[in-house]
Design a protein around this ligand. Structure first.
Ligand SMILES: CC(C)(COP(=O)(O)OP(=O)(O)OC[C@H]1O[C@@H](n2cnc3c(N)ncnc32)[C@H](O)[C@@H]1OP(=O)(O)O)[C@@H](O)C(=O)NCCC(=O)NCCS
Length: 168
């Protein structure tokens, strides 16, 4: 069954399997993984999972899982701080073998529910200007295009999604 769960050490091996599929050198959007995080050893993995959960980063991190397989990650940043002003409130990524099944759209929709629960009334979501899959996902969830902004990471498309009332 498809589910969105809080990061857990129980799925260490499954997470490593997904990590290996992304391959080296690629940024795994949505997992809150910093270049300095070491995730191979159970102890360091547990430390990383604990950091994601401790609230210090004002971020809700979730894994997209199915039958104990980790298919993707998604993160909702709560504050509109300097980082979020260019990176957006929501980051997400789906492992290559699980793409084009509607998982990103499903997960972003679920995170919008989380955002509503936190009292957020709109979220900024950005993607690289040439990232067609991400742009389509954001537009499918109601993203309204604002502009393309040049950043250190290259041009980014910026969208705002208004958080609708339940059953609106
Ligand atoms: C972007 C990404 C998350 C999309 O995940 P996904 O689960 O495959 O997306 P979905 O199946 O929900 O598809 C959403 C929309 O994108 C379209 N899409 C997905 N992959 C596509 C591709 N490679 N080319 C064109 N359109 C694509 C789908 O057709 C769908 O559009 P529709 O609603 O018009 O039919 C995934 O490709 C990924 O992880 N990419 C690398 C990380 C990344 O770019 N993250 C986003 C950072 S902002």
């Amino acid at each position: 069954m498809l589910d969105l769960i809080a990061p857990t050490t129980r799925l260490h091996n499954a997470w490593l399997d997904a990590h290996a599929e992304w391959g080296p050198g690629l940024h795994e959007d949505g997992f809150g993984l910093a270049p300095t995080d070491e995730v191979e050893s159970p102890a360091r993995f547990a430390a990383w999972v604990a950091r994601l959960a401790d609230g210090s980063e004002q971020t809700t991190c979730r894994w997209i899982v199915e039958d104990d397989q980790v298919l993707g990650g998604i993160a909702l940043r709560h504050e509109f701080n300097d980082h979020v002003q260019w990176a957006g409130h929501i980051g997400f990524g789906i492992r290559p073998s699980a793409r084009r099944r509607g998982l990103a759209s499903w997960a972003v929709g679920r995170m919008l529910d989380e955002a509503r629960g936190l009292g957020m009334d709109r979220v900024l979501v950005v993607c690289a200007a040439n990232n067609v899959a991400s742009a389509k996902t954001i537009e499918r969830l109601g993203g309204v295009f604002e502009e393309i902004r040049d950043t250190e990471l290259g041009p980014l498309r910026r969208y705002w999604i208004t958080i609708a009332e339940p059953n609106a």
